[in-house]
Every structure is written in C-alpha cells, then in structure tokens.
Write a protein that binds this ligand. Structure first.
Ligand code: HEM
Length: 391
C-alpha cells in the first residue's frame, strides 16, 4: 500500500517536475521563442545525426525510425522549455539545480589498462584541469531533501584533437556525464518517447504510462529513494557505454571520502551545497575514475542501458584520480558561471565515442536544447580553457 501511496506522490511530482516538463498551461500566451528549430538548423542537426558511425562490432544497431524519434524527443523538450520563456535565467530542462561547479584535476594513471586501450585522454599519465558540476536531476529546482537523481558533469580541459561535436570540433574539452545509479531506467527509444510525452502531458497520460511501464516507474522510485547527505560521498555512473579504442566501456566515479556526513535532521533547501561547501572549506576531496570493459556483446549490450554489466564478469578498473582541492566555489559569480557551463557526452574525442541509441539521441538533443537556452539567456556557449572564470 505504502509503495502505491509513495508512487502516487512521486507521480504527482513527475507531473510538475520530472525531466522539467511542466503540465500544459492554458494561460501561457506571452510572445516566446519558437520551439521548433528553423529549417537550416534542422538540416544541420539531421546532418550531424547522419554523421554518427554505428559500431556494429561492439553491438551497436540503428533503431527503426531513430531520426524521427530523436526529433520528437527534441521537440517535446523544447515545447516544455518554451513555457519557461518568461523566466530568467531559463534553466536546463533536467539537472536544473546545481550545487556548484568545483575546480578539480583529473590525474590519469593508466597502469590497469592493457596497452592497446591506453588511448585518448588515457594515452599518457598526465593531469588535466577539470570542472565538476554537481546537480539534482529534476527540471524544477526542489529542496534537496526531495527524492531525485543526482548528477555529476565532469569536463576535462586542455585535451587536444578534433572532437565529435561538429559545432565545437576544435574545443579542447572532454566531458563525462554520470548519475548516481549504475543502470539507466529506460530500455529503448520508443519507451523514452512514451515517457517524455507522458511526463509532459501528465494526468491520465502519465497514469497510463505508469500502468503499462511499472518497471520504469519502480526503477525511478528506487533511485529517488537514495539518501544523499553530501555529493562528495556517493558514487556516480555513466549508465550508457562509450568506446575506449577498440572496445566499449562504462564509467564510474567512486568516492574516496573517508567519512559519512549524517543526513540533516532539519534539512535546509540547499543542504547539499552547504555540506559540499563545508567539506571543501579547508580539506581536499577525491574520487576514483573507473572503467568497466565490455567482455561479451550479448551479456554486456550497448543498445540497452538497463542491462547491468556484471562486475564478476568484468571488474571496475581504476584509470584516474580526481582531486578536488580545498576551495570556495559558491560566490555569486562562480554559481552564475556554473549555470552557463554546457555539458554533453559528445564533447568528446573519437576514441571515447558515445555508444548506443540513448547516447546517439543525446548528440543533437543536448545541442538543440542547450542552444535554445543559451540564446534565450543571451549567454553564448563558451567552452572553458582553464579554472579562471571567463565571464
Ligand atoms: C535519451 C536519453 C537522454 C536525453 C534525451 C537527455 C536529455 C538531457 C538534456 C536535454 C539535458 C540538458 C542539456 C542542457 O540544456 O545543457 C541533460 C542533462 C544531463 N543529463 Fe541527460 N538525457 C538523456 C540521458 C541521460 C543519461 C543516460 C544520463 C546518465 C549519465 C544523463 C545525465 C545527464 C546529466 C548529468 C545532465 C546534466 C549535465 C550538466 O551538468 O550540465 N542523461 N540531459
């Protein structure tokens, strides 16, 4: 009974917040930017999608109607964002609330990798300056005590070589996006389209989706139920796979914090940022960046990210230390800078190409949504080149 009550409460939350897609407002009538991309922008996205190579030897396979499904996802998200057009700044449609962006160093140690997999940023043992954006997953900023997915956006700088994102091919950044669960909760693109439409329309549509997809709702419910007191003390996962040279891998960042912050008894709305700030005030922190190698394309598929890759079959290998020096990160200027940072798994070297349908969709959807948001906020997209704030 409690489960259904909680699921009901949770579904109500989804109505107003999941993936940031608010219920349709009958009263939205002010002039707003167009959600539909212009014809030449659409043509550019189609070309970018068409340029994605399918790595069949790693188990990749194009999905029927993939282009149409991708466009549908982009359009639904933009329509949701359009309802925020009266607000400034327009925040991300998911992972809207950040706890801060912290300066860090990604110190590669490739000893655990076989020689042929020492490629891309793992080619040499070197240190890259990086930014980490800690976030809550929902599209509407909520109190931190509310159930949510927690995000970890990692951006390495000073990474040479042409990148996969056509519009930012010459940028020197490599991004890794992770959340606090090892497995994604949606199996395939048609399910994703159904989910995103249901959460946009809410009400009966969402109830119908919950009835026909109880597994998806239960997985989200379980992630939302995790108690998080300090984002430095939990592990994050890519859930989706990426290339590492000739193979596929998943990523994990494993906390190496010694202590455990207790859950607050009287939680303030932003206690995650406050605890992060307290931890980094006079002490450094760390995570271990790990990869899990694909050992078998059937039991470790790349197209279905709900399938757990068994650690007994392929244990996590440490490949870098993420060092976060003691710092103050929550000045107004730095919090604003963090808001305008852009993460996408396609800010990537070809050696770390994103794999699988969910990742292919993300190439143009993130680009489309981010461009729309940055344009609305009059904040041109600028990839950082150092720890200095380029305001
Ligand atoms: C079809 C699948 C997905 C779609 C359509 C999607 C869509 C989006 C969009 C539109 C944004 C905001 C981009 C922006 O405005 O800058 C975003 C952010 C984000 N997504 Fe996804 N997403 C998908 C799957 C995933 C998966 C599998 C993960 C798992 C790691 C993930 C993790 C994140 C994170 C951490 C952010 C915040 C990045 C930041 O800090 O800026 N997403 N997603």
């Amino acid at each position: 009974m409690k489960f259904f009550y909680d699921l009901g409460t949770f579904m109500n939350k989804l109505l107003v917040s999941a993936f940031g897609l608010t219920a349709l407002s009958l009263f939205a009538c002010q002039a707003v930017p167009q959600p539909t991309p212009e014809r030449n922008q659409l043509a550019s996205f189609r070309a970018q999608r068409a340029s994605i190579a399918i790595d069949t030897q790693l188990g990749e396979a194009a999905v029927a109607n993939e282009a149409a499904l991708t466009e549908e996802i982009g359009t639904v998200i933009l329509k949701g964002l359009q309802k925020e057009a009266g607000k400034f700044p327009m925040t991300r449609d998911v992972h809207a609330k950040h706890h801060g962006c912290v300066k860090s160093f990604f110190e590669v140690n490739n000893a655990a990798l076989p020689q042929q997999l020492r490629v891309g940023v793992f080619a040499r043992n070197q240190s890259y300056p990086s930014w980490i954006r800690f976030s809550n997953g929902q599209g509407k900023p909520k109190n931190d005590i509310d159930g949510d997915i927690r995000g970890f956006g990692l951006k390495l700088m000073g990474v040479p070589g042409a990148k996969l994102l056509e519009n930012e091919r010459n940028e020197q950044t490599q991004d890794f996006l992770l959340i606090n669960t090892p497995d994604f909760f949606i199996k395939n693109l048609p399910d994703y389209v159904g989910f995103i439409e249901a959460t946009t329309n809410g009400g009966l549509g969402l109830a119908g989706y919950a009835i026909t997809h109880p597994g998806v709702m239960y997985k989200i419910y379980k992630i939302f139920g995790q108690k998080v007191a300090n984002p430095l003390e939990i592990d994050f996962f890519s859930t989706t796979p990426y290339k590492l040279g000739s193979t596929a891998v998943k990523y994990r960042v494993k906390s190496c914090q010694p202590g455990k912050t207790p859950m607050p008894s009287n939680p303030t709305p932003n206690f995650l940022r406050e605890n992060l700030s307290r931890s980094l005030n006079n002490q450094e922190a760390c995570f271990t960046f790990m990869v899990q190698l694909q050992k078998d394309i059937r039991s470790m598929p790349v197209e279905d990210s709900t399938v757990h890759w068994d650690e007994n079959q392929s244990p996590w290998l440490p490949v870098a230390n993420i060092r976060i020096p003691a710092q103050r990160f929550d000045s107004e200027a730095q919090m604003g800078y963090c808001e305008n940072m852009s993460y996408t798994p396609w800010h990537s070297l070809p050696e770390h190409k994103p794999l699988g349908a969910a990742n292919r969709v993300r190439k143009t959807v993130y680009e489309q949504v981010s461009q729309f948001r940055h344009h609305h906020n009059s904040a041109p997209r600028k990839e950082p080149t150092s720890h200095e704030l380029r305001l």
